[in-house]
Design a protein around this ligand. Structure first.
Ligand SMILES: CC(C)(COP(=O)(O)OP(=O)(O)OC[C@H]1O[C@@H](n2cnc3c(N)ncnc32)[C@H](O)[C@@H]1OP(=O)(O)O)[C@@H](O)C(=O)NCCC(=O)NCCS
Length: 154
């Protein structure tokens, strides 16, 4: 199955919103970063099964804003293939650094670390300050954001 996964870059307007909202429940936040970002889609037989959004920040720094795989296709290697493709694309754009922030300190941490992300710092209270509604994952309220980064020049 994983060999049949195709990854391509599309216009942000073609991003599958249902997938993006799985990783970030705030539709206004997703719409806020989508238009100035690059959008990568993983598809299987023409169906979008994964998506990743990367926003260029200041010179040479990019932030992975969202990555998501449809629940029925998770844990089959789609996310890894998509993340590897995105890292290579950003590296090839002569980027200095790719950053990501996550509120969960669970399996997502291994997902990023396996592809070379390293812990940078903790943004204390990020989710309390930036989201109107509390966000829960596995019954735990997200409060602090763990910041991770790959520095390509190291
Ligand atoms: C995070 C996400 C994109 C991973 O996609 P995926 O296709 O399921 O991941 P993969 O099958 O490629 O897994 C790659 C590695 O990630 C880790 N991983 C992924 N899902 C995991 C799970 N449920 N439990 C434990 N480890 C997991 C493992 O290290 C795995 O490597 P392994 O299979 O050799 O053990 C997907 O789970 C998802 O969409 N989650 C909901 C949205 C989300 O949390 N996005 C990230 C916000 S920070």
């Amino acid at each position: 199955m994983i060999d049949s996964i195709q990854i391509k870059e599309t216009a942000p307007s073609e991003a599958p919103m249902d997938l993006l909202l799985q990783a970030d429940p705030s539709i206004s936040k997703v719409k806020g970063y989508l238009n100035q970002s690059r959008c990568f889609i993983a598809s299987l037989n023409g169906e979008s099964v994964g998506a990743c959004i990367v926003q260029p920040l200041s010179s040479g720094v990019h932030e992975l804003m969202n990555i998501s795989v449809a629940p029925e296709h998770q844990q089959k290697g789609v996310g890894r293939k998509l993340l590897q493709h995105v890292i290579e694309s950003i590296r090839n754009a002569n980027a200095e650094r790719l950053e990501v922030g996550t509120g969960t300190f669970g399996y997502q941490l291994a997902f990023y670390q396996r592809e070379g992300f390293r812990v940078d710092f903790i943004d204390k209270g990020f989710f309390l300050l930036n989201y109107e509604e509390p966000i829960f994952e596995d019954g735990i309220q997200l409060k602090d954001m763990l910041r991770l980064a790959i520095t390509f020049t190291e």
